[in-house]
Design a protein around this ligand. Structure first.
Ligand code: MOS
Length: 744
């Protein structure tokens, strides 16, 4: 079916690459409108309490200031209680900007200053005088954890920990070898290059066209329509390009609310852009206290796994992600107990960040497994092979496919693992200690119901569209490849349109599901166009295909030809002429197979190998080599897929060594809210990253066998680095990031 031009599975340049590097690609804050006004958000200075007074008179006196919106004069159009919609929201009641005088977290938006120019709004914002009455806040998880609770309402799509099996506590007591430790990964903020921004264009009659920084145009659309009581016909959200998001754009953020509110109130177009500081005033990867107990025999075989996690959420929503389930999914064990609890702190609700849950849960379990390798004297790969499982034991299902063994083997070969002396501090190069470590990675292969449209015109051009997004992942390119291959046209003749709420229905881009979901939808729509086209071709007078079935023909180079007699062919144009049409259009939906999900579990897997060099005197760590061997089913485009894994690995290096949002618990505030103080890896921190796609035959999840690669690259990387640091230095750090102070 997909043979035609053979674009799939072959490296392809990004079809949107030129637009991006030439500046032709427009982002949310770059769209212009006549008479555009600018809004600047004023953020609260306290973490908890009440606003006793807001004096905007000095701000309003600045020439060019149009209005200052606060809880005292905000419009009453918002009606969160009855019809709030956000497909990605956790259970609870959402944060409502400017709702009343209550301050519930530090950095909360408390006013919006609107002016004729950005600089005027920024200046006036500094003149808004706010008095507060402070209340006691709590931001420290170590104090909040005593009140931790199992979430009463489950977040949709988040699997709760499976029920205990066997008797993990007793088995742990009896086990000859025991590992029992607490693991932490610091709070992280997403910090995409493009800050959150909304440009709301107010049209005659009150219709809104909104350029929003979002991973889901339709999610932002339904949020705006429901919150402001508008008809969805009057709200169009457009986000063709997104400058990174990593999960921060899954939920509509407060700048969208504020910009729409001001536009409706002022009947005027307005743009609100968050500052880099303000990028630290909404969701984050939550701090999680994880306790892992592993009991094993001297042969390394696991006899007991216990993994408990306590994770922060806000007082108003029960944020949830899958932290602990991975422990049992990765390894065979008869006695397993997993628990997951939430502790409320006075911050904004956390939000998914690349491989939410897995990125931190697997970091903990894979560090603990390395400790078990040392405790038993068994090579870390051998230990994992001895505990390998061919089934999802908690759910008693087989895997749709699982080439993790091959990841270990091929990754180890490429890395040169067999040359490793397991003794810590045994390798040295000048003043640097050298260490090699490895870890396993895993991520769920998800598919979501998604629709797509395909339109073929007589000039041989094909347009495919879906409301899905491309947050830098390469979606434009893979959709173009799939469409071109399915209909047998050149990629240059295909246009993919996405990121617009008016296009066929799609969920947010997230969970690494877009390639499988939007990809399958585009494939299905193009197949329908194929069938229609073929029908016309057969109807043509003296058609050489009159007696052929669709299985006997090939679609290639704008023609339908008999596969075993290519000289017999009909061009697309001839077929359409015969059918008396100048365009063929089809809209189709693709959904995950219920049968598959009832019988199988679908996951992608990886084996990550890291080499570090640690300056013994200074404690500086360099990650000089990473090999990441990934099994993720069909790789549609090895070039853009490799970029996804590279990005994930860089994220993992950040998690291992640098990224940490620091709370001052006295102020209840994140203190390092800039890219100068919140450290992410830069080019100088990155050396060799070798990405291997291990061949994996997948035929159950979707027709193309796609699992997705947006998130698996980060999973396991931090643990591999931490394990390499232990091998280099003999120091086991269980509190990520492993900064210099912890190593010296
Ligand atoms: Mo991803 S954290 O699902 O955008």
């Amino acid at each position: 079916m997909l043979q035609a031009n053979g674009y799939i599975g072959v490296p392809q340049n990004r079809v949107d690459g030129r637009a991006k590097v030439t500046g032709a690609a427009q982002y949310a804050a770059e769209f212009d409108a006549p008479n555009l006004a600018y809004g600047i958000v004023v953020s609260s200075a306290i973490a908890k309490g009440r606003i006793t007074s807001i004096d905007a008179s000095a701000a309003l006196a600045v020439p060019g200031v149009i209005q200052v919106f606060t809880h005292e004069n905000r419009s009453r159009t918002a009606w969160f209680d009855r019809s709030y919609r956000d497909e990605t929201a956790p259970p609870g009641s959402p944060f409502r900007p400017l709702y009343d005088d209550a301050v519930v977290y530090s950095g909360q938006p408390v006013a919006l200053v609107v002016a004729e120019e950005y600089e005027i709004a920024a200046c006036a914002a500094s003149l808004v005088q706010i008095e507060y009455e402070t209340d006691t806040h709590l931001t420290d998880i170590d104090l909040a954890k005593n009140e931790a609770y199992a979430p009463p309402r489950k977040r949709s799509g988040v699997k709760e920990p499976p029920s205990p099996r066997g008797d993990a506590e007793e088995a742990f007591v009896q086990a000859p070898v025991k590992i029992h430790h607490e693991y932490r990964v610091a709070i992280e903020h997403h910090n995409p290059m493009e800050p959150h921004a909304s440009t709301v264009i107010y049209q005659e009659g009150g219709k809104l066209v909104i350029h929003d920084k979002t991973q889901g145009a339709q999610n932002s659309q339904s949020y705006v329509a429901s919150v402001f009581g508008l008809s969805s016909d009057d709200v169009q959200v457009v986000a063709p390009f997104v400058g990174g998001a990593f999960g921060s754009g899954l939920r509509p953020q407060y700048q969208l609310f504020l910009a729409v509110m001001a536009a409706l109130e002022l009947k005027r177009s307005i743009r609100v852009v968050l500052t880099r500081d303000q990028m630290f005033t909404f969701g984050y990867r939550p701090l999680t206290i994880q306790t892992i107990s592993l009991g094993a025999g001297p042969d390394g075989k696991l006899q007991s796994i216990m993994h408990d996690a306590i994770q922060t959420t806000s007082p108003w929503e029960d944020y949830q992600e899958v932290v602990v389930n991975w422990s049992n999914l990765l390894y065979h064990c008869d006695n397993v107990k997993l628990t997951y609890k939430l502790a409320q702190v006075d911050t904004y609700t956390p939000i998914d960040m690349r491989a939410p849950g897995a990125a931190i849960g697997v970091t903990a379990i894979e560090t603990a497994m390395d400790e078990l390798a040392y405790a038993t004297g068994i090579d870390p790969i051998e230990l994992r092979l001895r505990n390998y499982t061919e089934t999802d034991e908690a759910n008693k299902k087989g895997f749709t496919s699982k080439e993790l063994r091959a990841c270990y083997q091929i990754g180890a070969e490429r890395f040169g693992w067999s040359k490793r002396n397991p003794e810590p501090r045994s390798m040295r190069d000048g003043r640097e200690l050298v260490g090699w470590g490895m870890a396993t990675g895993v991520w769920e292969a998800i598919m979501q119901k998604t629709a797509a449209r395909a339109v073929l015109t007589q000039d041989g051009k094909l347009e495919v569209s879906s409301a899905t997004a491309d947050i830098g992942t390469g979606t434009y390119t893979i959709l173009t490849q799939i469409a071109a291959d399915t209909l047998g046209v050149n990629m240059e003749d295909v246009t993919a349109r996405i990121g617009d709420s008016s296009l066929p229905k799609s969920p947010v881009q997230g969970g690494s599901w877009t390639a499988a979901s939007a990809g399958s939808a585009v494939q299905t729509a193009c197949q329908t166009v194929r069938e229609k086209l073929f029908k016309y071709a057969r109807q043509m007078d003296d058609s050489p295909l009159a007696n052929a079935s669709i299985e006997q023909v090939t679609f290639a180079n704008g023609k339908i030809l008999l596969t075993n007699d290519p000289s017999s062919s009909v061009t697309f144009a001839q077929a359409m002429q015969a059918g008396g049409v100048d365009r063929i259009e089809a809209e189709e939906k693709a959904s995950p197979s219920l049968q598959t999900s009832m019988s199988y579990s679908g996951y992608s897997h990886s084996a990550v190998f890291a080499e570090v060099r640690v300056d013994e005197g200074l404690g500086i760590v360099r990650v000089t080599r990473i090999v990441n061997a990934v099994a993720a089913g069909t790789i549609l485009n090895p070039k853009t897929a490799r970029s996804q894994i590279l990005g994930g690995v860089v994220f993992g290096i950040g998690m291992a060594l640098e990224e940490e949002s620091m709370l001052d618990h006295n102020l209840g505030r994140f203190m390092n809210h800039s890219l100068a103080e919140y450290h992410v890896p830069v080019n100088a921190d990155i050396y060799d990253i070798d990405v291997i796609f291990v061949s994996e035959h997948e035929d159950k999840l979707n027709p193309m066998g796609v699992k997705g690669v947006g998130e698996i690259g980060v999973v396991g990387t931090a643990a591999a680095i931490g394990n390499a640091i232990y091998h280099a230095t003999g120091k086991r750090i269980r509190d990520y990031p492993i900064t210099i102070d912890k190593l010296l």
